[in-house]
Ligand binder design. Structure first.
Ligand SMILES: *[C@@H]1O[C@H](CO)[C@@H](O)[C@H](O)[C@H]1NC(C)=O
Ligand SMILES: *[C@@H]1O[C@H](CO)[C@@H](O)[C@H](O)[C@H]1NC(C)=O
Ligand SMILES: *[C@@H]1O[C@H](CO)[C@@H](O)[C@H](O)[C@H]1NC(C)=O
Ligand SMILES: *[C@@H]1O[C@H](CO)[C@@H](O)[C@H](O)[C@H]1NC(C)=O
Length: 416
């Protein structure tokens, strides 16, 4: 008890002494404030404490204010600070010394510095830059079992000359890498880039910096930088090994987590059961990898699952791709389609055969003219066909007859 009391009294005395001395302190701004680009979309701000500052008992802090490209403000005890922002339109910041106590606040004047915007007109920069990442199984098993691929696309700047060529670089942490696999437009200008593997780690919180610069004989091409948040651009893979089993009137559905660096319990799922017979969708949001559904046993179902990384592991992004549909149920869908084609085809074939037979029978009549000469017209054919179909249905196939409109004579045909 006594030691605690002594500490409290001591702290109170120090505080009083601080306040008394601070009252006389005039805070001076830091000196030699510089801003230096240290990487793609990254700067290092540095300053020194003012050598003329009376520093007895004073623990100075600094307040940093970012003025461009976007306003931001933070405090630090250090005399240097890293900051991440697109730099193509320049960068400007100010810093001042501050002294913070519970009851008052002292601050020096601001000192400022800036980085100039990149040269070149902004119409020459790429537009609509967008990137997506995807996790794939690593081919180097001695490293991480997963690796991340990156794909970016953009539009050519509206004022870029026809001979413009663009180059893309990404930075993740301290690593910077240029693209080697470009896709080109009709004028042979790069408009997309593909990195089959990157050092991007989807479990880290850092932003991905992408830089696209360019060159042309006729104009200076202004570079363009953009920061991407990993959870916003990751295209989550579909769940693996979806299996569906029907037992009586229950549907047992099960799947594995997608290919991803995140473990099993980081995923939520959405299940879509589509009844192809009545067109009804059943959608389920699930935190498990199993689901049992009641079904009727006369319908066909198509089943798909998709995944999302859930919030305890990371800020939730968007839903991933749907798995390939799995069809289950009584009548198989492909079979139904097959019937649709085969029945009309058979009917046509039968009709053709009969019209042919009819022609033959007309010739036969001509050869052995019994009664009035047969007329060959469409109406005849239709009557004959209907009659023949009826005959077919009743399986009286041994006798095929031709009906003549004039007089309705029936000619026996023994061809069958
Ligand atoms: C500030 O920069 C000047 C010139 O570069 C240098 O002479 C001086 O020592 C620096 N001041 C501090 C406190 O580092
Ligand atoms: C490019 O982006 C602009 C604004 O961000 C948008 O209006 C335009 O539709 C986009 N163009 C294409 C082809 O996506
Ligand atoms: C584009 O940026 C990269 C990375 O900063 C640099 O190495 C390269 O020289 C630049 N190219 C052009 C044409 O500016
Ligand atoms: C998926 O099934 C295959 C073979 O059936 C198996 O080798 C693989 O390990 C399974 N994947 C998962 C994630 O369980």
């Amino acid at each position: 008890m006594l030691p605690k009391l002594l500490i409290l009294v001591g702290a109170w005395a120090t505080l009083q002494a601080d306040i008394l001395s601070d009252k006389k302190v005039l805070l001076l701004p830091p000196v030699n404030f510089t801003i230096k680009a240290t990487g793609l979309a990254q700067v290092l701000l540095r300053w020194h404490p003012n050598p003329d500052q009376e520093q007895r008992n004073v623990d100075l802090q600094y307040q940093v204010k970012i003025n461009a490209p976007q306003e931001d403000e933070y405090d630090t005890k250090s005399t240097e600070s890293k900051y991440v922002a697109p730099l193509h339109d320049g960068f400007a910041a100010s810093v001042r010394s501050i002294l913070c106590r519970s009851h008052y606040f002292l601050a020096s004047n601001w000192v400022s510095a800036e980085l100039k915007a990149s040269t070149g007109s902004s119409g020459t920069s790429v537009m609509n830059l967008s990137c997506i990442t995807n996790t794939v199984l690593s081919s180097h098993t001695h490293l991480s079992p997963y690796q991340v691929s990156l794909r970016c696309t953009w539009l050519v700047g509206k004022d870029a000359p026809e001979d413009t060529q663009y180059f893309l670089y990404y930075r993740f942490g301290a690593w910077t890498e240029g693209c080697h696999e470009y896709s080109r437009d009709a004028l042979n200008r790069n408009t997309a880039c593909w990195f089959p593997r990157t050092i991007i780690n989807s479990k880290r919180f850092e932003q991905l910096a992408v830089h696209v610069n360019g060159s042309s004989k006729h104009a200076e091409i202004k570079p363009f930088e953009q920061l991407f948040t990993l959870h916003a651009i990751e295209q989550v893979n579909p769940p693996m090994n979806v299996t569906v089993k029907i037992e009586e009137t229950s549907l047992y559905i099960q799947w594995e987590k997608p290919i991803s660096a995140f473990p099993f319990d980081c995923f939520n799922y959405e299940l879509k059961i589509y009844n192809t017979k009545n067109g009804y969708f059943q959608m389920e949001k699930l935190a498990t990898n199993k689901f049992i559904s009641k079904i009727d046993d006369v319908s066909t179902y198509s089943i798909q699952v998709r995944a999302v990384v859930s919030s305890p592991c990371r800020v939730s992004g968007s839903w991933g791709q749907w798995s390939q549909p799995i069809y289950v149920g009584k009548e198989k869908k492909p079979l139904a389609e097959w019937h649709l084609i085969v029945f009309p085809a058979t009917a046509c074939f039968v009709l053709l055969i009969f019209s042919f037979i009819c022609r033959v029978c007309h010739i036969w009549i001509k050869l052995f003219p019994p009664v009035p000469a047969p007329k060959s017209n469409i109406k005849d054919l239709l009557v004959v066909t209907d009659y023949e179909k009826a005959a077919w249905n009743e399986t009286r196939t041994e006798v095929v007859s031709c009906v003549e409109e004039a007089g309705f004579e029936v000619i026996e045909n023994s061809m069958f």
